[in-house]
Design a binder for this molecule. Structure first.
Ligand code: ZN
Length: 87
């Protein structure tokens, strides 16, 4: 069924969601960088950072949460723009 709102119909192309940014977690001790969407469990080279999975204790729509802990110094967390290449 085609949706129609108001006086004219609007067709919206369904697109696969492509994020514009990716989140980077950088260890402020050793400079090791991790891309947060691609890893679930990890640690940095010097062991300051520990990236882990935490399962929710009550029923919710998320299967798990990702946690980042540190031993010595806080990590630097920032987003970088994903550069798209055009043909
Ligand atoms: Zn480190």
């Amino acid at each position: 069924m085609v949706g129609k709102i108001g006086f004219s119909s609007i067709f919206v192309e369904e697109k696969v969601y492509e994020p514009l940014y990716k989140t980077i977690v950088e260890c402020s001790e050793c400079g090791d960088k991790k891309e947060i969407v691609k890893i679930y469990k990890s640690s940095c080279k010097c062991g300051n950072l520990n990236i882990d999975i935490c399962e929710p204790t009550t029923k919710c729509k998320f299967k798990y949460f990702q946690t980042i802990s540190f031993k010595e110094t806080e990590p630097i967390i920032y987003d970088i723009l994903i550069v798209q290449e055009f043909p």
